[in-house]
Design a protein around this ligand. Structure first.
Ligand code: ADE
Length: 236
């Protein structure tokens, strides 16, 4: 028992999310698989209020753009103070921003073996560029659209990372078999009971018990689906 707890302690991934909206970041990470991973000690997730590191009477976190332009930017001082307080020797600092590299399954795989991640969430027009130049190891975007704040994006990235931590997925299915992993393709269509639903039948081959044929069918279907929905994956 002591050994198990010790092993878990050694393997726990720590994730600190710094945001103006900690509740938004934490809500999707407080249910189901991620909640159980947290309870099992596989991951230690904290969402911090950036304003707690802001100073002055109004604890201001944003400012107008230098040189003019619309909107507000997050000021560097509270972000530097937060990261300097939370950072350790093995910390990777990620900034959620639409200007970042598109988040892919291989990023989730790599980051799931990190010891400590700090995830900074942008707001308004983003963050002062000195934060990116000095503190940030990686800028990540979850897609080519602009969200109201990075807390939603941080929750998405955290979810994708945490479910890959060994032990997080309760079922026997290995994450290596799913879409975007190996090969970089979508999954074949899947069916469950009943075999006949309103005249719509489960493909015969899946009921045949012939595993060779089933695998060949799945491969072909995966190809067809990828060609139809994500031809870009086949070009990669
Ligand atoms: N913040 C706002 N939009 C975002 C996006 N698409 N990805 C990451 N962070 C964001």
């Amino acid at each position: 028992m002591l050994l198990t707890s010790f092993a878990l302690l050694l393997l726990t991934v720590r994730i600190d999310i710094i945001t103006l909206f900690p509740e938004i970041a934490l809500a999707p990470l407080s249910e189901s698989i991620i909640r159980r991973a947290r309870e099992a000690g596989l991951v230690d997730i904290h969402a911090h209020q950036l304003r707690d590191w802001a100073t002055g009477k109004h604890r201001k976190t944003d400012e107008y753009l230098c040189g003019g332009g619309q909107g507000m930017l997050l000021k560097p001082e509270p972000i530097f103070a937060a990261v300097e307080e939370l950072k350790g020797d093995d910390t990777q600092v990620i900034l959620m921003t639409p200007q970042g590299a598109p988040f892919k399954q291989h990023h989730a795989q790599r980051l799931s073996s990190s010891k400590h991640l700090i995830i900074l969430c942008g707001h308004y027009e983003g963050v002062d560029h000195r934060v990116i130049e000095t503190l940030v190891d990686e800028e990540i975007s979850i897609g080519d659209y602009v969200l109201t704040n990075g807390a939603i994006a941080a929750a998405v990235v955290t979810d994708a990372i945490v479910r890959l931590i060994p032990g997080a997925l309760g079922d026997a299915r290995s994450p290596e078999e799913e879409s975007f992993t190996n090969p970089n393709m979508l999954e074949a269509p899947a069916y469950t009971k009943p075999n006949d639903f309103r005249g719509m039948k489960v493909p015969e081959v899946l009921l045949s018990g012939d595993h060779g044929k089933i695998e060949a069918w799945k491969k072909e279907q995966a190809h067809q689906r990828t060609r139809a929905n994500r031809p870009d994956l086949l070009e990669d």
